[in-house]
Design a protein around this ligand. Structure first.
Ligand SMILES: [Zn+2]
Length: 293
């Protein structure tokens, strides 16, 4: 079962999070009908966003992760909130390209060059916005780079998605380790050494290691104390009201044209594929609400 967990080590300036996101990514794969390479790219981004929701402190805080790229996927958007509710949209879900040189799903090839933008709405007057160039397109490294450059927090982000031969998700998950102020060079060396020694995140997930075990494995010489635990879920908060407001915002002229030319409107939510249908009478009511203003 999916879960995310936070952990710390007494008197050591480090914080860490790990997640099993198999169900979350599985749900996203079904909703968006992603093909394997796209599933891996989307799944890694969903997992990174889920891990980042562990950093949110207050109710109603929100994180939006946007990848704009020149590879066949073109565009990815994932949004998460404090409750671990995650939703995403992928511009081109039907991307499946040959495996890379080491026989893995070629996420970097599907992403290409581009930017990673993270918008954190922490309930302040302005959201915190950071953009970095993609350094590898493998997503984990790109998030590490984002944290180091944009937030000046040296971080390790490892993300993995395993796809079954039938295209469904076998396993997904990852971890995030962040060094806090006053950390020593020895601590950096230790983490780098341990990450080099342990299997890759994909292998760990495939072997059935739980998020808790993965953190304990990395910091095997320390006593890891677990803190908050959350369940990540794929959840879209769309509703008819929001799409009504969207139609109204088109303005009188455009809405009149829809009534006259199409006589109805059908809107698909990009995040969950739910269909909202507006009959002619509904559209006329919306039009009247504009006239009344
Ligand atoms: Zn929706």
């Amino acid at each position: 079962m999916d879960y995310m967990i936070g952990a710390m080590i007494k008197d050591v300036p480090v914080r860490m999070f790990a997640a099993d996101t198999t169900e979350l990514v599985g749900e996203a794969q079904k909703i968006h009908s992603t093909l394997p390479t796209a599933s891996a790219a989307f799944g890694r981004t969903l997992t990174a966003t889920a891990l980042m929701t562990m950093l949110l402190k207050n109710e109603n805080n929100k994180i939006s992760v946007q990848i704009k790229c020149d590879g066949p996927i073109e565009d990815l958007l994932v949004i998460g909130n404090t409750n671990g509710e995650i939703k995403g949209d992928i511009y081109n879900p039907h991307v499946h390209i040959p495996l890379n040189q080491i026989g893995k799903l070629d996420v970097a090839g599907a992403i290409g060059k581009g930017t990673l933008t993270i918008i954190q709405d922490l309930g302040l007057k302005e959201p915190y916005v950071g953009t970095v160039e993609l350094v590898s397109g493998e997503i984990g490294e790109d998030f590490s780079y984002y944290f180091s450059v944009s937030e000046q927090i040296p971080s390790v982000v490892a993300l993995g998605v395993l796809v079954n031969p039938d295209g469904t998700i076998k396993k997904a998950g990852g971890y995030l380790i962040q060094l806090l102020p006053n950390h020593s060079e020895e601590l950096i060396d230790y983490i780098e050494k341990r990450i080099g020694e342990i299997p890759t995140i994909s292998k760990l997930l495939d072997e059935g290691h739980e998020p808790k075990e993965i953190l304990e494995l990395i910091f095997k010489d320390y006593k890891v104390t677990f803190t908050e635990k959350k369940k990540p879920v794929y959840h879209c908060d769309c509703n008819r009201d929001r799409f009504e407001r969207g139609l109204i915002s088109l303005g009188r002229e455009e809405l009149t044209a829809i009534v006259e030319e199409d006589g109805q409107a059908e809107i698909l939510c990009h995040f969950c594929n739910k269909k909202y249908e507006f009959e002619k009478a509904d559209l006329i009511t919306l039009l009247e609400s504009i006239e009344a203003k």
